[in-house]
Design a protein around this ligand. Structure first.
Ligand code: NAP
Ligand code: SF4
Length: 679
């Protein structure tokens, strides 16, 4: 972009010389599985998705994982010229934006995590995440897997990619050769570490020989695999050094296996928590290193680079959330960045559920050909009532399209339910979403009226052509004897700090909010999400001594508030089952470590001076608690909608006011954005 150092982000915007080519800056969009390769018209959608990120100024991008063969089990394969022809749509779109932007394809062989009966592994050791036992590779099988990786790299080059990233982490095939737990072979591919690393090294060496010198080869290494008995630090270093000798252009550091019990990308992980590990590895190598994980804003990326912890910073989800992240940083418009909040709700959760991925804060992600905010041909005068996530999304999208939008809220600040969420330890990133929306209201000239409770009559007389009712929800008050007892309080009052919470507490309802409230009241001290040392202590990671996997023998230590908490639900399913697929376990573990007792199959009977009376399997008992926090879901707040119903004004109902049950910010923002794109 410039030859002068950037005034604010000099490291981020310094090109990187790879010898045979250059990266224009240090910002990488790392690999994210989109699932689009497998849908009709998917390559066209991928071309649009990547070219928007290219226009957004990124230096290099890596595609989602593509399998080298059927055994790799990713659904999408690259092994023939026909496959390469499909991918040309992507590479041509990106290079059409700017030939200097690099796009590499990730080769991902899932190994024991492949969802096919043909799955393979070094040994017949099942992953705890899979029902399938891998077929143990014989010598011919090992050679076939190597050959298929080489053919895959060759076809990626034919497709016009600038390079490939070979994933050697996460519990996928290459990484299972590296650790004793999954590699129990006694031939040249198992036993000593020299033997165990032979397979990934052979793949790198043979790929380099096939593709020649002028092609980027990235090896993704589990620099800290978070496995008990995982890779030792000297093994990580040795592998990286040998990869360098075998022809790798770049080492990309990764910090997990999917089965490990440490959260590494969720919002409760501090920003750039693992970059220090990359920094240590970088000192051992002469080729560039990529760092990643929870680096979601340009200042974090700049600090990591300035501190010498990496040469390149990967921001995958952050560029899903905002395709223009790099450009906005370059132009000094950081306050306009739609920040990834690390929720995983629309990206990884969807990926693991086999749904198309998108982004909670940016529903256009992966839907660039379907959801566009084109200028309106008929600008209207629109009132949006309610400045929660749905109202904010609607107001900003409609205003961006040229409508005249007034946004009303009776509160003194925007955000609705987000203002509650942001106060929960581990959910600090929600502040960023509110900052983004606050800025967007100004950028798109939305007339914001806070502290204003508007009624139907006023809306009619003000001459609005369209009213958007985004009035949110009302917390549900269960019908229960004693529900008006002083012990019974609403989660809203607890989060806002309006009520005293006693030492013994029952939380009625174990949805997302029951979990959040339990986390809040059991919390003590600094939030782990904002302090790497606290995070390391709570999750049992030793960044200093780096025992095997970073975790072997380290006992997690959690400080908890002096309380006893019962988290209750009526359903007989395990408590917390409805939480996000990739993050639910972190919330369950966090509460379990703090001693919260989770109970299911509860029948509520009454609340009185003694506490909460319940029955389990017909057996009555009393939880002698001081406080009962009601987290029993919500009902739509539709008073205004009903008032407007007969006025003749066009009305849209969005967010919680439309559907409160199981509603979350993802659904609210998505629905509001689509409606505002069409008004
Ligand atoms: P929710 O997820 O619908 O959970 C409500 C809970 O209340 C359920 O556990 C339900 O379980 C119980 N319940 C329902 N009716 C009841 C009644 N009449 N009496 C007693 N208990 C009753 O609602 P929420 O927890 O308020 O969350 C609202 C939305 O925000 C959800 O979509 C949630 O996913 C989202 N959210 C997500 C997160 C996250 O971490 N991803 C965090 C916060 C909120 P039983 O019927 O089995 O008792
Ligand atoms: Fe980030 Fe959540 Fe969007 Fe995923 S869905 S990219 S974690 S904000």
């Amino acid at each position: 972009m410039t030859t002068q150092p950037h005034s604010k982000y000099p490291h981020l915007f310094t090109p990187l010389d790879l010898g045979f080519t250059q990266l224009k800056n240090r910002a990488l969009m790392g690999s994210m599985h989109t699932g689009l390769e497998e849908v009709e018209g998917g390559f066209e959608r991928l071309a649009a998705y990547f070219s928007e990120r290219a226009q957004g100024g990124v230096g290099m991008m890596i595609t989602g994982g593509i399998s080298p063969n059927e055994e790799g089990g990713m659904g999408s394969e690259m092994s023939t010229p026909e496959h390469a022809a499909d991918h040309r749509q992507i590479t041509e779109a990106v290079h059409g934006v700017d030939p200097d932007i690099k796009i590499c394809m990730q080769i991902l062989h899932a190994g024991p995590l492949a969802e096919t009966p043909k799955l393979v592994g070094p040994s017949a050791v099942r992953s705890r995440l899979s029902p399938l036992v891998p077929n143990e590779l014989d010598e011919a099988g090992v050679q076939k897997q190597i050959n298929d990786h080489v053919q895959c790299a060759k076809m990626a080059k034919l497709a016009g990619y600038d390079g490939v990233e070979i994933i050697g982490s996460a519990g996928y095939l290459l990484s299972t050769f590296l650790v004793e737990k999954t590699n129990q072979r006694e031939d040249q591919w198992g036993g000593s570490f020299e033997n165990r690393m032979r397979f990934p090294l052979e793949i790198m060496r043979r790929c380099r020989a096939e593709v020649g010198e002028n092609f980027i080869l990235i090896f993704r290494i589990a620099a800290m695999d978070m496995l008990q008995g995982g890779m030792a630090w000297d093994e990580v270093v040795l592998l990286a050094k040998e990869m360098e000798k075998a022809g790798a252009t770049i080492i990309s550091t990764h910090f997990t296996w999917h089965e490990s019990a440490v959260p590494t990308i969720a919002t409760m992980v501090p920003r750039a928590a693992f970059s220090g590990v990359t920094g240590r590895l970088r000192k051992e190598l002469s080729i560039p290193c990529i760092t990643s994980n929870r680096i979601n804003m340009p200042d974090v990326a700049e600090t990591v680079l300035a501190d010498g912890e990496a040469d390149i910073v990967s921001m995958a989800r952050p560029m899903l959330a905002d395709a223009e992240l790099v450009k906005k940083a370059f132009e000094g418009r950081e306050d306009e960045i739609n920040t990834c909040i690390g929720c995983n709700q629309a990206c990884l959760d969807h990926g693991f559920e086999g749904k198309e991925i998108s982004c909670l804060v940016n529903p256009r992600a992966c839907h660039e050909t379907m959801l566009n905010y084109e200028p309106s041909q008929e600008p209207k005068k629109i009132a949006v009532v309610g400045a929660g996530p749905a109202g904010l999304a609607y107001a900003t999208v409609a205003a961006e399209r040229g409508h005249s939008v007034t946004l009303y809220d009776s509160a003194s600040e925007i955000g609705g339910q987000f203002n509650l969420a942001k106060q929960v330890p581990g959910k600090e990133e929600f502040y960023e979403t509110l900052r983004y929306y606050r800025r967007m209201l100004d950028v798109h000239h939305v007339d914001l009226r806070l502290n204003t409770r508007i009624n139907a009559e006023d809306l009619v007389s003000a001459g609005y052509e369209h009213v958007v009712v985004a009035t949110g929800i009302t917390p549900r008050v269960p019908e229960l004897e004693g529900i008006d007892h002083p012990k019974a309080v609403s989660y809203v009052d607890v989060i806002r700090g309006n009520v005293e919470v006693g030492k013994r507490v029952a939380v009625m309802g174990a949805g997302g909010i029951g979990f959040d409230v339990s986390e809040l009241i059991m919390h003590k001290g600094v939030s782990a999400a904002t302090d790497k040392q606290v995070f390391a202590r709570e999750w049992g990671v030793d960044f200093v001594n780096h025992p095997r996997g970073g975790v072997t023998g380290v006992v997690p230590q959690v400080e908890a508030a002096d309380r006893q908490v019962f988290l209750l639900q009526r359903k007989s399913t395990p408590v917390g089952r409805g939480l996000g697929k990739t993050t639910g376990w972190t919330h369950r573990m966090s509460l379990a470590k703090r001693g919260v007792q989770m109970m299911n199959g509860i029948e509520y009977r009454k609340i009185d001076d003694k506490g909460l009376h319940i029955s389990i399997e017909g057996q009555p008992q009393v939880l002698e608690v001081d406080t009962v926090i009601i987290c029993a879901g919500q009902t739509p707040a539709r008073g205004l909608y009903d008032e407007l119903a007969n006025t003749g004004i066009a009305i849209s109902l969005v967010g919680g006011a439309y559907k409160a049950a199981e509603l979350d910010a993802k659904a609210a923002i998505n629905q509001a954005s689509y409606l505002a794109a069409a008004v």
